[in-house]
Write a protein that binds this ligand. Structure first.
Ligand code: NAI
Ligand code: PYR
Length: 331
């Protein structure tokens, strides 16, 4: 009798499904920061990793597996073969190239579309019921690309969008006001990128709108120049890329929050990239961020957020820009 059989008397085959399996494609800086956040925050204890770089993939898997004794019953698998992703509840895509210094997110569009053409059909094959969360840039356009390639209903395909930009904005608000970021309520909507829109009209602390205290807030005529805060949000990624080569921790935490909202059916509100044609009179078929209610099925609702005429005009400019770039993509 083998040692295992001498140790264990089998009663019933062990169940394989933890009910919270998450696939992450792309084990680079963003993918691994997301995985580490999910595992250590208890969002998922069942992770499947996929990448094309076999050695790196195996190295990341082993390194995480060796941390299992410090985690809550974690199960971590990795392969270049998508069959290991079968039955995932959420598929997160962080694969592809990232900006080099001086490049914008939009410069990556065709290269990363070509990457998604390989990845998305495989994910759909093995997890046809999953919610797909895209992080690869340019995230809004690649979320649209994923929706088209996947054939999935639009509520099940979303982009991490401006959840990160809004977190950066809330951090900067918190620094200026001396109030915790969790108590600073403000949304960046539209493109995750240079044309994003700060909804200054809605920024509030405990329901007190800063625009009631300073009607010029966020505008060019504002003597206090709060709009600089939004410029800093837009410049954030460029600054960090210049300093350390990539961004990782905040987007990892952001993805973990979004995955958690889906897996726990939280119905919590997050600014994520979703199909917005028809919202705020946007006419183009584009995915951009608006505050969305996230639950088990993905995007359950889009919040009808009041916008000023100027905020709406900026959102329209974002939509026009995205639509123009989409027209040049080769499928
Ligand atoms: N949405 C957001 O807020 C953010 C998005 N990003 C974007 O995330 C993406 C990833 O960034 P990093 O992790 O820093 O890049 P990275 O270069 O560190 O990792 C990318 C990974 O993708 C893998 N990959 C490439 N082609 C693949 C394929 N066909 N199948 C599977 N894996 C493949 C590479 O082998 C690599 O491991 C970039 O597009 C970047 O711009 C980065 C930060 C924030
Ligand atoms: C790279 C990127 O998209 C970001 O950190 O915002």
């Amino acid at each position: 009798m083998a040692t295992v059989e001498r140790l264990l008397h089998p009663m019933h085959p062990k169940a394989d499904d933890t009910g919270n399996k998450v696939t992450v494609v792309g084990t680079g800086q963003v993918g691994m920061a997301a995985v580490f956040s999910m595992l250590t925050q208890g969002v998922s204890n069942n992770i499947a990793l996929v990448d094309v770089m076999e050695d790196k993939l195996r190295g990341e898997m082993l390194d995480l597996q060796h941390g299992c004794a410090f985690m809550k019953n974690a199960r971590i698998n990795a392969s270049t073969d998508y069959s290991i992703t079968a039955g995932s509840k959420v598929c997160v895509v962080t694969a592809g190239v990232r900006q080099r210094e001086g490049e914008s997110r939009l410069d990556l569009v065709q290269r990363n579309t070509d990457v998604l053409k390989i990845i998305i059909p495989q994910l759909v094959k093995y997890s046809p019921e999953a919610v797909f969360i895209i992080a690869s840039n340019p995230v809004d356009i690649l979320t649209w690309v994923t929706w088209r390639l996947s054939g999935l209903p639009r509520h099940r395909v979303l982009g991490s969008g401006t959840n990160l930009d809004s977190a950066r904005f809330r951090y900067l608000l918190s620094e200026k006001l001396g109030i915790a970021p969790t108590s600073c309520h403000g949304y960046i909507i539209g493109e995750h990128g240079d044309s994003s829109v700060a909804v200054w009209s809605g920024v509030n602390i405990a329901g007190v709108r800063l625009s009631d205290l300073n009607p010029q807030i966020g505008g060019e005529q504002d003597p206090e120049q709060w709009r600089r805060m939004h410029q800093l949000v837009v410049e954030s990624a460029y600054e960090i890329i210049k300093l350390k080569g990539y961004t990782s921790w905040a987007i990892g935490l952001s993805l973990s929050q979004l995955v958690g909202a889906v897996l726990s059916n939280a119905n919590s509100v997050h600014p994520v990239s979703t199909y917005i044609k028809g919202q705020h009179e946007v006419e183009q078929e584009v995915f951009l961020s608006l505050p969305c209610v996230l639950g088990r099925g993905g995007v359950a609702d889009v919040v009808r957020q009041p916008l000023t005429a100027e905020e709406r005009a900026r959102l329209h400019a974002s939509a026009k820009l995205m639509h123009g770039v989409q027209a040049g993509i080769h499928f």
